[in-house]
Design a protein around this ligand. Structure first.
Ligand SMILES: [Zn+2]
Length: 276
């Protein structure tokens, strides 16, 4: 999670390439489902110079940069679009195990760009149609000059340790009997460390200390950036809010309940705890 770059083969380029007729990788979304080619042992994304040959007529396309020197585009299609033969639309979350990591991460960037492009066609201030800027991932209003960048919602997630135990909580809206780490969105005007303290106090009534940065992870469901921390218990008794959190307990290393999906930073934090 604390890698300097998450990509090995991808280069983010902001200068839009409007020419879409070269051989290119296509990240094509129908809502949160992505078009993939399902072969016997592996899943690929479409690589083509001609989307029309696949029977795909996108509503909008966006240039993403280069993967191994080849252009990459994202595209949005209408809800009624049928997949070409041999391909399926599949929920991005369900593709984690099937796609190469670079492709999966890039798909997460792609779906956020697609959603942002779709929801920023008009100026949020004056309602005029927007234009995509040439030198950055942003839209500008030609009437009033208002600029919108891709929207990210930062959220903190914390592994809190007391003696040799890890705090895990059951979220009201999560799966039954699934325990996770304390997490929540960062508020305007707050530092990340303050968000860690506030979320911990709000959700389980505890004070924490020794807050340390662990790593971060893009979380495109729909547009979060998860920022992981470790911390130690400082004071207080567990008191859940009963609303967002229904139960919280200290778990020893051999008591830790089912880990969340291995693709999440939560699972990396739990792995870290198991090793300390
Ligand atoms: Zn405007």
């Amino acid at each position: 999670m604390s890698r300097e770059s998450i990509y090995k083969r991808y280069e983010l380029i902001n200068m839009p390439q409007k020419e879409t007729s070269a051989d290119a990788y296509w990240f094509i979304f129908k809502d949160h489902e992505m078009l993939v080619e399902a072969n016997h042992n592996q899943v690929d994304i479409p690589f083509t110079s001609n989307l029309k040959s696949l029977g795909i007529s996108p509503l909008r396309t966006q240039y993403l940069g280069k993967l191994e020197g080849r252009p990459c585009f994202s595209a949005e299609v209408t809800p009624g679009t049928c997949p070409p033969e041999g391909m399926i639309f599949k929920d991005l979350r369900l593709l984690y195990d099937d796609l190469e990591e670079d492709i999966y991460l890039l798909a997460g960037r792609a779906v956020q760009i697609v959603n942002w492009d779709s929801s920023h066609q008009f100026c949020g201030k004056c309602g005029s149609p927007t234009q995509t800027m040439d030198d950055q991932t942003a839209k500008i209003c030609p009437e009033c000059g208002f600029t919108s960048h891709t929207r990210l919602s930062p959220a903190v997630i914390t592994a809190i340790i007391k003696d040799d135990k890890l705090l895990m909580a059951q979220h009201a809206h999560g799966p039954e009997n699934r325990y996770g780490l304390i997490a929540g969105f960062v508020e305007a005007g707050e530092t990340l460390e303050e968000a860690v303290k506030r979320e911990t106090a709000e959700e389980v009534g505890l004070e924490v200390k020794n807050i340390k940065y662990f790593g971060s992870q893009p979380w495109p469901y729909p547009n979060s950036l998860m920022i992981g921390f470790t911390a130690h218990y400082a004071s207080g008794e567990i008191k859940v809010d009963g609303n967002e959190i229904t139960d919280a307990q200290w778990f020893s290393k051999d008591e830790i309940p089912l880990p969340p999906s291995k693709m999440s930073i939560a699972s990396a934090l739990i792995e870290w705890y198991k090793k300390v």
